[in-house]
Design a binder for this molecule. Structure first.
Ligand code: ADP
Ligand code: MG
Length: 340
């Protein structure tokens, strides 16, 4: 849906050239949520602004839906892209409903249709329209304003949404709530989203893929699990921080650490789906209590056994992962000698 090919941006300020974005390439597939993350000044905002042509590209090219950005009409392009920025960027003298309806008004929708769409979207973002539609931005909390920003970006149903630190200015609790809401909304609307943040927790919670930037360059482009297991260099490791092991628990699946089971059929009754993360499995085992055997079966979607884990191996992988001996692969190399 979006492809950046060797994209660079050079600014000239006070006679000095600043390379804000340096030979950046990545793809965003349809329906995917890609997180752009990096320290302040690493070129995230400039990259986003080039995607919707608020900045020109110095070299390289950007394709949207297979077409070169430069060949697209800029008004047309922006209609197909919703943009959410920090602090909402709402118009203070417009009501909430009118803020949500900015693009539909530009598109010439009738008043009825605009109102109906605004109400539908306010419902979607958790702001009951009967209470919120006629308020003004100053009558909302920061978190509520960001929700209006999200509703506004979705109003004309654009296939692409760009979000630049949308939850950067709200308190941590509201932020968590907004992140969860965004996951729920994304499951419902399945947009192609580029989401900028400098919060690694937010990146892991939301990203199907994470593109880590530093000094205008892409340092690593990977799924959350791969970023944790195979950090490209010490910068990535440092950026992920000390929580790396604990985070890995949320991205390692039982199916990935299962081993071939004993020859007899399910000797004990405990079977867990291979799609559970280690942490979900630990919780689940805590609820159920141990079965009769020395371990439990791993099953696929059809409830067929595909592997086996002894409690001992499960505990070893859990311990190694938390300790930051990271990967499941590592654990299976390192903790053997466990009889099955
Ligand atoms: N309009 C501009 N003129 C000159 N330099 C700019 C301009 N916009 C951004 N920069 C510089 O480009 C670099 C990247 O900025 P930006 O994309 O905003 O980073 P981020 O969003 O990752 O914090 C920074 O060094 C910034 O100072
Ligand atoms: Mg920025």
């Amino acid at each position: 849906m979006i492809t950046l090919e060797g994209v660079s941006k050079v600014f000239t300020s006070h006679g000095q050239q600043v390379c804000a974005v340096d030979d950046v390439s990545f793809d965003v597939a349809e329906g995917e949520l890609v997180v752009l993350i990096g320290p302040s000044g690493s070129g995230k905002t400039t990259t986003m602004r080039m995607i919707n042509r608020l900045e020109t590209i110095s070299s390289g090219r950007i394709m949207v839906n297979g077409r070169d950005l430069r060949s697209l009409d800029v008004v047309e392009l922006r209609r197909g892209i919703g943009y959410v920025i920090q602090q909402g960027g709402l118009f203070p003298h417009f009501t909430v409903a009118d803020n949500v309806s900015v693009v539909p008004r530009l598109l010439g929708w009738s008043g009825d249709r605009r109102r109906q769409r605004a109400h539908e979207l306010l419902d979607l973002v958790g702001l009951p329209p009967d209470r919120f539609a006629d308020r003004y931005p100053r009558q909302l909390s920061g978190g509520q304003q960001q929700r209006v920003g999200v509703a506004r970006a979705l109003a004309a149903d654009p296939p692409i949404i760009l979000m630049d630190e949308p939850f950067g200015a709200v308190d941590p609790i509201t932020r968590k709530q907004l992140q969860r809401e965004l996951r729920r909304i994304q499951a419902a609307v399945q947009k192609t989203i580029v989401f900028v943040t400098h919060d690694i927790g937010e990146a892991f919670l939301l990203g199907d893929r994470i593109v880590l930037m530093s000094d205008g360059r892409v340092v690593q482009d990977a799924t959350p699990a791969d970023l944790l297991r195979h950090p490209a260099d010490p910068f990535v490791t440092a950026f992920i921080g000390e929580d790396r092991g604990v985070r890995s628990l949320q991205f390692t699946l039982l199916g990935e650490i299962a081993e071939p089971g004993p020859a007899d059929t399910r000797a004990n009754g405990v079977a867990l789906p291979g799609s559970l993360t280690i942490i979900e499995a630990a919780r689940e085992l805590g609820k159920r209590g141990p079965g009769a055997g020395a371990g439990f079966w791993i099953s696929d979607e059809e409830d067929q056994p595909t592997g086996y884990l002894s409690y001992q191996r499960f505990a070893a992988v859990l311990g190694d992962t938390i300790a930051g001996d990271h990967t499941a692969e590592h654990a299976s190399e390192g903790t053997d000698g466990i009889p099955h």
